[in-house]
Every structure is written in structure tokens, then in C-alpha cells.
Write a protein that binds this ligand. Structure first.
Ligand SMILES: NC(=O)c1ccc[n+]([C@@H]2O[C@H](COP(=O)([O-])OP(=O)(O)OC[C@H]3O[C@@H](n4cnc5c(N)ncnc54)[C@H](OP(=O)(O)O)[C@@H]3O)[C@@H](O)[C@H]2O)c1
Length: 286
């Protein structure tokens, strides 16, 4: 049996961060009250890694998070992202200042390039380093980077960079296990799994073979299929998951994944019904 409840080192930052965090894409689609209540309940339950981006709701997700973390900033590992179109040297610094203002905080724990765009990586990284020196960000990372992109970051910035790579990873999309995850393991980079429930409800439908396997394992632990799914992704020590939930009930369910213990045989049976496909040509992303 392997338990994963405890906080784990977040890549080269060595900060201890909860394995289950909270996403915020589209949180502004729910009422402000329920989104804020869900985020706060998540903090109560230890889901202290909060992921956002200037892109989400054109800044309104960051504003909602400001409300949720008011008075509790020190509990949170706060992550935001700069859009590739803003990722010039000056643009990155300006985007970060705007995110800090919307989040009503003086620093981000980690700041990410959302995906690779046309601005040279050297410029974005120079801006990140300027922001680190100013204390406005404590670390920086990337998102949607394949191995060749990660190699470029390491060549420019040196050992210990990037702190994390945030990528698409769920039971039906395991492409990152081929090369991106091994790269992160070798370089001490955290791998943050986005969209950890996937883009289809089918794996959680007990009328499917996959759904029945998850449900059987869940029942044996008095857990739920979604908790089992998150726990499967977390079997790698460098992985963090950031499910987005806009209701207290969903947050509570997701928090329960951290304490779940699965046997090697259970992990193997999940692996068998959600097989890793052949390596794709490019890194899958949303
Ligand atoms: N870097 C990138 O390019 C990128 C791309 C996509 C996402 N992300 C980040 O990753 C986060 C997570 O990804 P995501 O939002 O795409 O997908 P997700 O977290 O896999 O799924 C979110 C959906 O699952 C539902 N849900 C959450 N907990 C549930 C539960 N316990 N039972 C039933 N349904 C539940 C949510 O509903 P309710 O809202 O109703 O609770 C929502 O509809 C995002 O919010 C964002 O912060 C990053």
C-alpha cells in the first residue's frame, strides 16, 4: 500500500505543497458566492495549491480568488500564468503586476508561461528572473512544454529550472508518461496535472468497463471513482493535481483523494483498463 496524503516537494523550489490543489478555469461561470465558498472550504481541507491565470475570465478568476484568500494568503501556494502574447520582457512584468493587483497580494509562489508563443524564451525568462529578484514571484515554471522546449529552458536558465511544467494528464490521456514526466523526474521539476478528470464523463460511468473497474476499487475503500482517478495520477512522486470544483461537495470529495491508499494490484488494474497509448507526435494540450 502506498499513501500520498502528505505534502510533497514542489520541484526545485523544495516547498512542501499539497498533492491535491484547486484549479480555477471557468470559476467565474458559477455565482461568486459559491466559487468563493468552495475555494475556502478547499483551503480548510488543505487544498492550498491554487492555480489561476490572467486568461481565466480575462482576470475575473483572479479577482474571485483574491476574495477567497483574503486574510489567508500565507496558507496558499498561489500560481498564475502569463499569456504567450504578453510574454515579452516588459509584457511579462506588466502582466505579473496586473495579476498581483487582481489577486490583492504582493507575490506569487510560482509564475508560469501558459504555453509557448512567439516571444523568445530568453525574454520571458529574463522577466521571470527580474520578478524573482524583486520578490514578486518566488519561483517560475512553464505549461504545455514538450521535452524539446524543456531542454531549451534548462539550457537558458540552468539547473533547477523550470520549477514545474503544467500539462494535460488524466486517465485517458497519459502521453506525458512517455518523455515529459521522465524529464521532470530527472531534472527535479514538478509536474502539475491539469484537467485531471479528463474531458469525458465516461470513465466515471459504471455502465462502461472502465467505470466499473474504478467503481469496484472505490467501493473497496469507501471512496469514489473520482478520488481513485486522482490517486492514480498521484502515484508518481513529482505529480500534483489541480481539479477545479465550484461546489463545496465536489471540493470535499476531491480532498479525500489525498488520504486514499491503493495497492500495487489496484494501480495495475487501472493501468490495464486505461492503457497508455503510443507516444504522440506532439504534446496533447487543451
Ligand atoms: N495550463 C493549461 O493550459 C490549463 C488548461 C486547462 C486547465 N488548467 C488548469 O487546471 C484546472 C483543472 O482543469 P479543468 O478545470 O480543465 O478540468 P477538471 O478539473 O478535470 O474538471 C473540472 C470539472 O469537473 C467537475 N468536478 C470537479 N470535482 C468534481 C467531483 N468531485 N465530482 C463531479 N464533478 C466534479 C467540475 O464541476 P463543478 O465546477 O461543478 O464543481 C468541472 O465541471 C483548471 O481549472 C485550470 O486551473 C490549465
Amino acid at each position: 500500500m502506498t499513501g500520498i496524503g502528505a505534502a510533497r516537494a514542489f520541484g526545485s523550489t523544495r516547498r512542501l505543497v499539497a498533492p491535491v490543489g484547486q484549479g480555477s478555469w471557468k470559476i467565474e461561470d458559477s455565482s461568486a458566492g459559491s466559487a468563493v465558498a468552495a475555494l475556502r472550504r478547499g483551503l480548510d481541507l488543505g487544498l492550498t495549491h491554487i492555480d489561476t491565470a490572467e486568461m481565466y475570465g480575462s482576470g475575473s478568476a483572479e479577482s474571485l480568488i483574491a476574495e477567497a484568500i483574503a486574510g489567508r494568503r500565507d496558507e496558499v501556494f498561489l500560481v498564475s500564468k502569463v499569456l504567450p502574447g504578453n510574454a515579452s520582457k516588459r509584457g511579462t512584468i506588466a502582466a505579473c503586476e496586473k495579476s498581483l493587483a487582481r489577486l490583492r497580494t504582493d507575490r506569487l509562489d510560482c509564475y508560469l508561461l501558459h504555453w509557448r508563443g512567439a516571444h523568445p524564451l530568453q525574454e520571458t525568462i529574463a522577466a521571470f528572473e527580474t520578478l524573482v529578484r524583486a520578490g514578486k514571484i518566488l519561483s517560475w515554471g512553464v505549461s504545455n512544454f514538450d521535452v524539446a522546449d524543456l531542454e531549451e529552458v534548462a539550457a537558458i536558465a540552468g539547473a533547477g529550472h523550470p520549477a514545474c511544467n503544467q500539462v494535460l494528464y488524466h486517465l485517458q490521456e497519459r502521453a506525458i508518461e512517455h518523455a515529459v514526466l521522465p524529464w521532470c523526474r530527472r531534472h527535479g521539476t514538478a509536474l502539475v496535472a491539469y484537467t485531471p478528470f479528463g474531458q469525458s464523463p465516461a470513465p466515471f460511468d459504471a455502465r462502461t468497463r472502465q467505470g466499473r473497474v474504478l467503481e469496484k476499487i472505490a467501493a473497496a475503500h469507501r471512496a469514489t471513482s473520482r478520488q481513485v482517478a486522482l490517486r492514480f495520477l498521484l502515484r508518481h512522486p513529482e505529480v500534483f493535481v489541480i481539479p477545479k470544483a465550484s461546489s463545496v461537495a465536489h471540493v470535499q470529495e476531491n480532498a479525500g483523494a489525498a488520504a486514499l491508499e491503493l495497492s500495487e494490484a489496484e494501480l495495475a488494474s487501472i493501468d490495464a483498463v486505461f492503457p497508455r497509448a503510443r507516444p504522440p507526435r506532439g504534446l496533447p494540450m487543451l
